[in-house]
Each structure stands twice: as structure tokens, then as C-alpha cells.
Design a protein around this ligand. Structure first.
Ligand SMILES: [Zn+2]
Length: 587
């Protein structure tokens, strides 16, 4: 693989056609057995994988062991590549654990009270990691890596009433639960000895052939090529990017059935990131309490550029919740029928009827899941594209956001009606958007910066003092943690909570930008840091021009809702612009 600073791998999973499924799943089962047996043998030698990182992972593994169950040299190379990658990643985590070990303390565990069970003291954990990270050299170990092992150590402590003394005690042998086989150990293309893959871009197909064990355990090449129709996105990427060795993977569906998918991995060139001195504006984007996302642009002199942008998902959450309910009901039916079927003798004439019925329901469940996931993906793409578009419209070369790991702890507040009912799905979507943004930023040459959140929705963006939130502008007597209106006692500034948070995230981004420009070294600032400057609002330069994406150039208006054509899903766009202006801006 080429340099990760200049290139980036993109992965597209494609379900193998039905005729190849059984053989591919058998291959994955055989590979998984070898991978897991090798992991068990090498686990006591984990440290060796921390020091030696030259060359491909399969070579490292090959230095210690041969295949526990040989069925072809290249097959073993591919399996040992999986083993090596897992062990290297685990060795990396072990290194993070060793850093964390001396600071593990009982203060991280919140003891049990009458109302809540024992749990983790997240503020203490966060603070300890921040302190620990400051004592390390830059970039040595990321916050996320440290936090990850710290959380796991706390989970261990909650179970065993003490912290683990070494990594192996903390981390059980990391066996593969589902089959996975990277073909990176093989030469591939025409010359592969475990798989062959040829592309026919004109016809839009890939010809895939692989070695597999038959039902008697004898290994063969498949007699014919499996034709895989390439999705449009893959075809388009392949015109610029380079196809890497694919990975064969098993996916378990909601109904317990298994399918084999092939991950096409395409390495594309990253766009050059703008030099720090050329970055002038920052777009701060916040996961809203009432909107999915709120974004505001701020320039290097801490002046807000243009109006804030709210991305509201409208009826999306309700639709997803309905699909989930539908799935639950179907599952209930399946369980009932299974029970009735099992009560009958196996040669009962009604067995066939049950079999047919159950298959029908299972298929329906799967269709629901697919619909559900497709909607999530479409929304995530829409949201990330809108943010990138806003960056371009406002001339922002830096996108500032809260980091991903906080998603779990966001929005647990009681009393926020509706918005969080579909809470679990929300964090899935946010994760998806975050990941999409991170890679899309690289592709189009935008700087992506994440901040540890803390007080972003309870700080006045105008004067920088802590501020409280209330239910609404007219109900400012009683402060409510999840209230949608922020009011500052010091300077009497008030505004929408999500908007204020997005400005604050932009302020953190500006502070970061200023540090990068002046010292080219930056540490994340907290909201109270004097380097984080207050923002003033000018309201100038708020042109927003969304290009039409479909064949119908104009959006259609029904009541107060403007449907924007061409998207797979719909989103509710809200702006302080007048409706007539806003519609014109939407194309
Ligand atoms: Zn204020």
C-alpha cells in the first residue's frame, strides 16, 4: 500500500451472486478455523508483533509458524495476513494499555447508588486521558486508543471488582467470530494462486474465481468465473483509483442467515490539503438536540460569516422507527410459528407449511433491514454532502466538529420529546456521517478537525462565559439542561442552543487554526481557554447555492415543506432566509 498521507483506500462491499455463496462460505469457514488456531498459538508472543513492523503481516507470522492446517501456500499467506494484522493491532492496543495502567484508579468507577447501578465516572476518565496525553510526545498514541483501553479496563473492574494487572488479563484471545479472508497475501489478477480477479469496466462487471473446499473438504478452483456486477460508485472510482486485493467476508443477517460479500478496495489519491496560512474560514458543525446538524461559518477574525444552517431530518426518524416496529412484529410472528412447529412431530404434514411461512417472514425481515440501512446511508450521504457544500459556499477550508466517541453520551437527557425516541438510530447515523465526512474531506482537500466537546452548548458564543439553557425564549425562569434556548446572564445574549453550540465549535476551530498558523503546533483547547475568542455576527456573505442533482431542476413545494429533487431520501432544510430567497437558492 502506498503512503497513507497521499493515498486513501475506499471500500465497497458487494454481495457475491447466489451460485458462489455456498462455496465462498465454506472457504470462509475453513479460513476462520486456520486464523483462529494460529491466533491461539501466537497470542503468548504478542509482544513480538509490537516491535517488528517491517514488511507485510503474513511474513511476520510466517517467521513463527506454518499453517496449522495446510491447504495451499497462498491460501495460508492470505490467512496469515489476517492473523498478522489482528496481532499488530492488538500489540498497538497493548502499548496503549501499558501507558494507561499506572493511572488506573478507583476514581474512574462510580459506585452503586439507590437509583443507578455502578458505572464509569466519565469526566474523571476523560480528564485522566487528557493529562496522560499531554505528557506524551505529539501523535504518539491517540486519545481514542487510550480511551478505548481505559473503558475496557473499567468494564473489567466493574465485573471483577479490581483493575486488570496485565493486558492479556484484560483482553481475551481475539478470535474471529465471522469469517474474513483478505487476499492481500496473494498476487491476484491473472497470477493469483488463491483468487483471480479481472475487471471489465466497459461491461461493468468483475470476473472473480477462487479456490474453495468442497463439502468433502477437498480444495478446488471454481470451474467458472463468478460475474459480479460492479456498482456505479465502484466503476467511477476505478477510473481514477487503483484496485487493491479484495477481502472476502461473511456477514450475518438479522435473521441469523449468512452471506458472503467481497470488499472491493480502491486506493485513490487524496487531494492536497490547503496550507494553514491559506485557511481563512472555519465551518463549525454541531450534532443538534433538535436538528440533526447545525452549521455556522466563522472567519479567522472571529466574525460569523453568513447565516447558520439547520439540517432537520423531518419525518425520517418516524419512518425508521416504524420500520423497526415492523421488524419486531415480524420477529414475534417467527418466534410463535417456530414454537408451534417444534411442538409438532417432524413428520407431521403441516411441517412443510410452517417451513414456507417462516421463510417468507424471514425474507420480509431482511427486506425491512435493507430498507432501514439504505435510508440511513442515504441520509448520511446527504448530510455530509450538504456540510461539504456549505464549506465551499462559505469558503471554509477547515471543518470543525465534535469527535465521534462522544456520540454515545450525547442526548441522554430526559424531557426532550420525540427527537431521541429513535436514539439508537441517531448515533448510528452520526457515526456514519462522521466517517463519511472524514474521508470525503480528504478526497476534496478540506481540513477536518475534531474537538473534545465539553460545554459547547452551555457557553455564550458572544462573551465566552458559561450560560444556561431554557425550554424556550419565553420560559427563562427555570434552566433545563436539554433546553433549546440559551441565555447568557453576563451579556444578555440569547439564541438557539444548537446554533450557539455550532458557533462554539467553530470558535474552537478558529483557536486551533490560529495556533497552527502561529506555532504550527496545536493542542486542543477547552471552551474556557482564553485562546478561544468570542464571535461577533455580521450576517454578511450568506449566499447558499445548492446545485440541482436530479433531472427536475426545480424543487416542489407542498405547504411549508420544500422537496428538493434528486435525493434518495428527503431532508428538511431550514434557514433564516425568507422562503422566496431560500427556494431560489435551492435552485
Ligand atoms: Zn454572554
Amino acid at each position: 500500500m502506498r503512503d497513507s498521507r497521499t493515498h486513501q483506500p475506499l471500500t465497497y462491499d458487494v454481495r457475491l451472486p447466489d451460485e458462489a455463496q455456498a462455496d465462498a462460505l465454506r472457504l470462509l469457514d475453513a479460513s476462520r478455523a486456520v486464523v483462529n488456531a494460529s491466533l491461539a498459538i501466537l497470542w503468548p508472543h504478542l509482544d513480538e508483533f509490537a516491535t517488528d513492523r517491517s514488511g507485510p503481516a503474513w511474513k511476520q507470522v510466517g517467521r513463527y509458524i506454518a499453517s496449522p492446517s495446510p491447504h495451499g501456500d497462498r491460501q495460508w499467506r492470505c490467512e496469515s495476513e489476517v492473523v498478522g494484522r489482528i496481532l499488530c493491532a492488538q500489540a498497538e492496543r497493548k502499548r496503549a494499555f501499558i501507558l494507561v495502567l499506572p493511572v488506573l484508579s478507583d476514581g474512574f468507577i462510580r459506585s452503586k447508588t439507590e437509583n443507578r447501578p455502578a458505572g464509569k465516572n466519565r469526566p474523571a476518565i476523560k480528564e485522566a486521558i487528557a493529562t496522560l496525553q499531554k505528557s506524551l510526545e505529539e501523535d504518539e498514541t491517540t486519545f481514542v486508543a487510550l480511551q478505548n483501553v481505559m473503558e475496557q479496563a473499567c468494564n473489567f473492574s466493574l465485573q471483577h471488582d479490581r483493575f486488570p494487572t496485565n493486558y492479556e488479563e484484560l483482553q481475551p484471545l481475539p478470535l474471529l467470530k465471522v469469517g474474513m479472508l483478505t487476499y492481500a497475501g496473494d498476487d491476484g489478477g491473472e497470477k493469483g494462486q488463491a483468487y483471480r480477479l479481472a475487471l471489465d469496466l466497459e461491461k461493468g462487471v468483475a470476473r472473480f474465481r477462487f479456490r474453495y473446499p468442497d463439502s468433502a473438504g477437498v480444495w478446488h478452483w471454481r470451474k467458472v468465473d463468478t460475474l459480479i456486477a460492479l456498482p456505479d460508485a465502484v466503476r467511477e472510482r476505478l477510473t481514477h483509483g487503483e484496485l487493491m486485493a479484495p477481502t472476502l467476508r461473511e456477514e450475518q443477517r438479522a435473521d441469523g442467515s449468512r452471506i458472503a460479500v467481497l470488499d472491493f478496495i480502491i486506493e485513490v489519491e487524496k487531494a492536497d490539503l490547503p496550507a494553514w496560512e491559506n485557511v481563512e474560514r472555519v465551518l463549525g458543525a454541531d450534532w443538534g438536540v433538535h436538528t440533526l446538524l447545525t452549521a455556522t461559518a466563522v472567519d479567522g477574525r472571529s466574525e460569523q460569516v453568513g447565516r447558520p444552517f439547520f439540517l432537520n431530518t423531518g419525518g425520517f426518524d418516524g419512518r425508521q422507527a416504524r420500520t423497526r416496529r415492523q421488524i419486531d412484529e415480524l420477529k414475534k410472528k417467527v418466534a410463535t410459528y417456530e414454537k408451534q412447529r417444534d411442538a409438532l412431530p417432524s413428520d407431521h404434514p403441516k411441517q412443510a407449511w410452517y417451513k414456507q411461512r417462516l421463510a417468507l417472514y424471514r425474507r420480509e425481515i431482511e427486506q425491512c433491514w435493507r430498507k432501514y440501512e439504505r435510508r440511513n446511508r442515504a441520509l448520511a450521504h446527504l448530510a455530509s454532502n450538504v456540510l461539504l457544500l456549505l464549506c465551499q459556499v462559505h469558503g471554509c477550508s477547515l471543518l470543525s466538529m465534535e469527535s465521534l466517541k462522544t456520540l454515545k453520551s450525547t442526548g441522554r437527557g430526559k424531557g426532550v420529546r420525540g427527537r431521541w425516541r429513535n436514539y439508537r438510530n441517531n448515533s448510528t447515523i452520526r457515526g456514519e456521517i462522521w466517517r463519511l465526512l472524514r474521508y470525503k474531506c480528504h478526497l476534496i482537500g478540506l481540513r477536518f478537525h475534531t474537538e473534545q466537546p465539553g460545554g459547547t452548548s452551555h457557553t455564550c458564543p458572544h462573551c465566552g462565559q458559561p450560560a444556561k439553557t431554557y425550554r424556550s425564549p419565553s420560559e427563562c425562569n427555570e434552566a433545563v439542561k436539554w433546553g433549546r434556548w440559551m441565555y447568557c446572564d453576563v451579556c444578555h445574549y440569547h439564541g438557539d442552543r444548537d446554533y450557539c453550540a455550532s458557533v462554539n465549535i467553530a470558535r474552537l476551530g478558529v483557536a486551533y487554526l490560529t495556533q497552527m498558523k502561529t506555532t504550527s503546533k496545536a493542542r486542543s483547547c477547552s471552551m474556557t481557554d482564553p485562546r478561544v475568542k468570542p464571535v461577533s455576527y455580521t450576517g454578511a456573505g450568506s449566499a447558499l447555492l445548492l446545485p440541482p442533482t436530479g433531472s427536475h431542476a426545480r424543487p416542489s413545494v407542498s405547504g411549508k415543506v420544500c422537496f428538493y429533487p434528486g435525493w434518495l431520501g428527503s431532508a428538511f432544510l431550514q434557514s433564516s432566509q425568507k422562503k422566496s430567497v431560500f427556494l431560489r437558492l435551492c435552485g
